[in-house]
Design a protein around this ligand. Structure first.
Ligand code: PEP
Ligand code: CO
Length: 422
């Protein structure tokens, strides 16, 4: 069932607008933004409430250890990525990876692309400086252009309308390529609250509100402030949602996030995406998993082995070494095995091209190779060969995990875990 046009919900709208919203663009023309948001509110939702609910059910299987999540795509999706070729190539790669993991783990794989909406990026620096010239940082195609010119880098709200159009295009190509195959859901970071709000729709079946911009949205590491606008917006929508957790996350924060985002303890509603770094995951993750267990929220745990392992190479490029990526996944599985909880899935930045952005893997991509095809609009991605290798290695870990599941390892209770995990 299609969503009817947006109805203004003053209370929820007011709520997040009254709170600090991190990482929002500084739009130079408030009237132009207002005009665009009004327009966007009249556009059709990109996904249906039924499909969002279907993903919630699938994520409930992930939380119970009865399915495995494979989430992946570019760090920053560009408008050019919505072409039939590019959508088809990423969908085919994810589908092949899912087959490998499903076969090894004997678990169904839930495939969620970072696609049809991953157009906005949080940045650690407001500005980028090159040769003494400082311009606003690139914040994703939804906000400004990559080209290093004042015109391209000035935030332009018309890009929010182009985001809707590109997402519509990507989704229609995705429907064609997945025809007859299993579902591919779409996800993105719910960063730009003006965009998300303008695309929030009320489900005609039951009155619940949904972000109609994608099936699953996540809150990034830089915007998970409990008192911030992102939490308030996410608490108000009924989609399955995720939160990235970096090494500074605390057990108390995990419990607060579970209480805010999953007050009804709804299976499939909440996923935590741990992005700790290969050297920290074994130390930091156990207490967070235990905290989630103690909260009573039936969360899923997913490993993002990319964002905690970003380094600057000797030649000065942002990269990730394949062995560090795999090491974080290994640590993630080990933690869950030790705790008797489920390693629910992975979240990776990857693409179907033969790019050279991450070092290592069977192709032995070196620092010197990075210059050859370094094309990412933001963070370095696994190329197609590295992504396949990732799936193969993952399937070895998931096979062990699957055996564990068949042993039906019972949840042994927090006190015994506290003794076992220092
Ligand atoms: C991302 O997923 O591209 C990202 C910015 O991640 P994080 O919020 O975990 O840093
Ligand atoms: Co990224």
């Amino acid at each position: 069932m299609r969503f009817p046009p947006a109805r203004i919900q003053p209370s929820a709208e007011h709520h997040w607008r009254s709170l600090p919203a991190a990482q929002q663009p500084v739009w130079p023309d408030a009237a132009a933004l207002d005009h665009v948001l009004r327009e966007l509110s009249s556009y059709p939702g990109l996904v249906t409430a039924e499909d969002c609910d279907r993903l919630t059910s699938r994520m409930a299987e992930v939380a119970r250890g009865e399915a495995f999540l494979l989430q992946g795509g570019s760090c920053a999706e560009t408008f050019a990525d919505s072409s039939a070729d590019r959508v088809g190539a990423l969908a085919a790669l994810l589908s092949d990876m899912a087959d490998v993991v499903a076969e090894a783990s004997s678990l169904p794989v839930v495939t969620v692309a970072r696609m049809a909406g991953q157009y906005a990026k949080p940045r650690s620096q407001q500005n980028e400086t090159r040769d003494g010239v400082s311009l606003p940082a690139y914040r994703g195609d939804a906000v400004n252009g990559r080209e290093f010119t004042p015109a391209a880098r000035t935030p332009d709200p018309v890009r929010l309308l182009e985001s809707h159009r590109s997402a519509t295009t990507a989704l229609s190509h995705l429907r064609v390529v997945r025809h007859g195959r299993s579902d591919v859901f779409v996800s993105h970071e719910g960063l730009l609250l003006d965009y998300e709000s303008a695309l929030t729709r009320t489900d005609p079946r039951g009155g619940r509100r949904y972000a109609a911009s994608g099936h699953m949205l996540w809150i990034g590491e830089r915007t998970r402030d409990l008192a911030g606008a992102h939490l308030a917006y996410f608490a108000d929508i009924a989609n399955p949602v995720a939160v990235k957790l970096g090494p500074s996350a605390t057990p108390g924060m995990v419990v607060s996030l579970a209480n805010r985002l999953d007050p009804h303890r709804e299976p499939g509603r909440l996923t935590f995406i741990a992005r700790m770094g290969a050297d920290k995951v074994r130390d930091v993750l156990p207490a967070l998993v235990m905290a989630a267990e103690s909260s009573g929220s039936p969360v899923s745990w997913v490993c993002d082995p990319m964002h905690g392992n970003t380094v600057v190479s000797p030649s000065g490029r942002k990269t990730r070494e394949f062995s560090s990526v795999m090491e974080e996944v290994r640590g993630f599985f080990e933690v869950h095995r030790a705790l008797g909880t489920h390693a629910g899935g992975v979240h990776a930045e990857l693409c179907a091209d033969d790019v050279t952005e991450c070092t290592g893997g069977l192709q032995r991509i070196s620092d010197a190779d990075l210059a050859r095809r370094y094309e990412t609009a933001c963070d370095p991605r696994l190329n197609a060969a590295q992504a396949r290798e990732f799936a193969a290695r993952l399937s070895e870990l998931a096979r062990v995990n699957g055996n564990d599941r068949r042993l039906e390892t019972p949840w042994r209770g927090i006190p015994s875990l506290l003794r076992e995990v220092p």
